[in-house]
Design a protein around this ligand. Structure first.
Ligand SMILES: Nc1ncnc2c1ncn2[C@@H]1O[C@H](COP(=O)(O)OP(=O)(O)OP(=O)(O)O)[C@@H](O)[C@H]1O
Length: 250
């Protein structure tokens, strides 16, 4: 469902990603974990075809990000923490507007809205202008907008940041419910508890390098730690120590 091959990104002389390779399968909720500045957003923006890679490539739902960016965009939905809603439009108008980009008619969109209402509880948002929404209501429309075309791959980048406990719960429940044959969720965060709760496997990146790809339990077993947070620190510490000894040796 997702294959990343030797992906690198340079911003000028700064190497933000170095030779990243891993794969994720349908039916998975796959976590992307790393400290601030690790390169998570850069990686997700490349996968979403919003940014060009410097080297390497990736395929999403069988489509190459370089050769078929349009096809990739039709196969993905992205929630990135930004809201970007038009204050004067109602929830339904926004969803119809975005569904139009995917060639969906209003009747098709309304059927999809009914499906999404079952899992997200959209009723109170549909006929009111988004300018009057609470943050939680806005978040529901942002999620519904991302999946209005029923994408195979859902990408979330720090999607829970700034949400209160109820809105965060609704998001995590939605993510868990998206786990299905033919679907993949890529969930990027630096909040360990979110990864522990919803992710099947996780890739940990630091300073643009991939440290490990494993099941959450596998990451704990590798490090001998009981919590993902402690395992995460152990892996970062190990990397920093080996980088330092490499410098000393050189
Ligand atoms: N347009 C840019 N030009 C130069 N450097 C950039 C640019 N965008 C990101 N970077 C740098 O690339 C590195 C990775 O940034 P990125 O936003 O991908 O990290 P992140 O893991 O998402 O971090 P955070 O958790 O803080 O959002 C950082 O050092 C950042 O300063």
């Amino acid at each position: 469902m997702l294959t990343i091959t030797n992906l690198s990104k340079r911003y000028g002389s700064f190497q933000a990603l170095r030779n990243i390779s891993f794969a994720a399968s349908e039916g998975e909720i796959f976590g992307l974990l790393g400290p601030n500045g690790a390169g998570k957003t850069t990686l997700l923006r490349i996968l979403a075809t919003l940014l060009d890679a410097s080297d390497g490539t990736a395929t999403i739902a069988g489509r190459d990000i370089r050769k078929d960016p349009e096809g990739v965009r039709r196969s993905i939905g992205v929630v990135n923490g930004g809201m970007g809603l038009y204050d004067r439009l109602t929830g339904r108008e926004i969803l119809r507007y975005f569904a139009g980009f995917y060639g969906m008619t209003d009747a098709q969109t309304d059927r999809r809205i009914d499906e999404l209402d079952e899992v997200l509880g959209l009723r109170e948002t549909l006929d009111r202008r988004t300018g009057e929404f609470s943050t939680g209501m806005k978040q529901k429309i942002v999620i519904a907008r991302a999946v209005i075309h029923d994408p195979a791959v859902l990408i979330l980048d720090e999607a829970a940041s700034g949400l209160d406990v109820l809105a965060r719960r609704a998001l995590l429940d939605f993510v868990a419910a998206y786990r299905a044959p033919g679907k993949l969720v890529l969930y990027s965060t630096h909040v360990m508890a979110e990864v522990e709760e919803v992710c099947d496997r996780v890739a940990i990146i630091d300073h643009g390098e991939l440290l490990v790809v494993d099941a959450v339990q596998g990451v704990l077993a590798r490090t001998g730690e009981r919590s993902l947070e402690r395992a995460f620190f152990a892996l970062l510490h190990e990397r920093a120590s080996s980088a330092l000894s490499g410098t000393v040796k050189a």
